[in-house]
Design a protein around this ligand. Sequence first.
Ligand SMILES: Cc1cc2nc3c(=O)[nH]c(=O)nc-3n(C[C@H](O)[C@H](O)[C@H](O)COP(=O)(O)O)c2cc1C
Length: 319
Amino acid sequence: MIKTRVQELLHIRMPIIQGGLAYLARASLAAQVSIAGALGQITATTLDTQEDLRREIRQLREITDKPFGVNFAMGHRPIDDLLEVALEERVPAISLTGGNPKPYAPRIVNQGIPLIVLTAGVRAAKNAEQLGASIVVAVGVEGGGHLGRDDTSTMVLTRRVVQSVQIPVVASGGIADGQGLVAALALGAEGIEMGTRFVATVECPAHPSYKERLVGTQENETRIIEKSIGLPGRVLPSPYVDTILAHEPASSLEELLPYISGDKNQRAALEGLWDQGFAWGGQATGLIEDIPSVQELMNRIEKQAEETFRRLNISWLDS
Ligand SMILES: Cc1cc2nc3c(=O)[nH]c(=O)nc-3n(C[C@H](O)[C@H](O)[C@H](O)COP(=O)(O)O)c2cc1C
């Protein structure tokens, strides 16, 4: 039986974390992920007010008493007010992405809340460890949403980060099934984080057309926007995305903002208005063939992992 430090630290049955999902990772999704035995997360930074976050946290706690996380993306907006709520509510875990966690890490760590830091390189991973993070997530370039600037693949990054820190590493980017989970464990990771796969589930509040596009899009069709302004992010293809790319290279965030604002993200992701907005999606889209419930997905991943372990548990070469 697999029991990694990630499972122990987060008190979860399966070593799986649902990634922060801008506008989508609400209590309704996170609760189901946690009930299914993984770590569900509420994304704080796309909620407007402290009250909104408090309500989401309490709503989740009404549905389940299983552990969950609250995710903060740094750099989009100040997060102090929202972080204060998460600390007051003494949430079971907090994850930080999109910048140096230094200004926030001490407050989280001093309260004894496990801090999960998303990184895309060895230096950032070591920094997170020094700041007292409990877990570091290595996010490879295959992933959906915002990425690191170094274009390092999950396969190489996971190994490099595992070699570089003592704290447990979670592999992320391009993982959507039990085979991917076993591969990550083989690389020395102690768990996986998935974003794109969780969008195409029944409980995710994404627009139905978003989920259908994830089923229909192949791994070689995703696009990267915002690279010219140093904020690369992987999206599903669409004519709207071609329009964004037609404005790149851009010289500043301000120049691109009319096309890439959170509002434009919501248009496609929540309202299905694909001619007016864009939606994040990773290469794992090529591995998505259906829209199961979260529980079905978790059962399937468990079974796939078990079958994969069994398949591999043979002498792999004739002596
Ligand atoms: C729709 C979508 C929204 C995302 N929003 C966030 C976010 O708000 N915060 C965050 O830490 N990561 C965000 N990510 C990144 C994921 O948490 C995760 O790191 C990434 O999706 C992993 O790669 P995968 O998509 O191949 O599973 C987002 C990803 C997607 C697909």
